[in-house]
Design a binder for this molecule. Sequence first.
Ligand code: ADP
Ligand code: MG
Length: 276
Amino acid sequence: MLDVRYLNKIYTGRNRTVEALRSLSFHIGAGELVCLVGPSGCGKTTLLKCMAGLLTPTGGEVLLDGCPVSGPPPGMAVVFQEYGRSLFAWMNVRDNVALPLRRKKLGKAREKELVDHALEVVGLAEAHRAYPWQLSGGMQQRVAIARAVAYEPKVLLMDEPFAAVDAQTRADLEDLIRRLWHELGVTVLFVTHDIDEAVYLGQRTIILSKSPTVVQEDLTIDLPDERDQLHTRSSARFAELRAHVYEQIQRAKHHSGDTPTNPQQSHSVHKFERSL
Ligand code: ADP
Ligand code: MG
């Protein structure tokens, strides 16, 4: 469904050049929920913007269902970290959620149905007349998620969407994402810098190196599909996977596309995978 092929992004400014992504490749199958984790500044947002057609890569390509992405593709929705900036203060919750649907010209009745359903699934049915500034951070992020849900995307890209909410709200929103993923059958790429979140949420975790960024490891999360905050997080397997991702992130801070492959390191990764 989603193919990232040899993606390269170099930012050239007047004073400095930053090679954010180097020959980055991975594949996401239809209906998968994949987490992407990497050190701060490694190019996660850059990657997502390239995938969403909001930024032109310097080299390589992104394919959606085999077609190169050259602008925002229909069927793809993005939830950004800074939800505060993506909601319009002068529009109430309902109008904020309905906004991207206007382009689809679905007719009033269908539009209302989609908005009502989206607000319902994120638990905001009661708050549809409120304005964003009257809501807590967690509720504002729910509005941003409802907006993406109402759009009925095939692919949902999320860029550290819960970085600014408190721990309890974050746990609730994580479960909301898993529920939506199950209910809607949508393909999700979820970017986070939180290791627990990267292990808890998805079926796979792609670990990125520091920039120039390459894929350091593509790890299968073999936790049962039925997850809940209490039992999953206290399981022995969760602890093992968490420790492994933590170790890889520590390595990622030193490893980059410039580092020659260290045979000892890949040996230890394989050893870990064999022991799974
Ligand atoms: P992350 O989301 O992983 O924290 P980013 O994709 O935001 O990382 O940034 C990756 C690198 O690219 C950083 O070194 C950042 O300073 C640089 N960068 C990001 N956006 C721009 C830009 N518009 N112009 C120049 N450099 C940028
Ligand atoms: Mg970022």
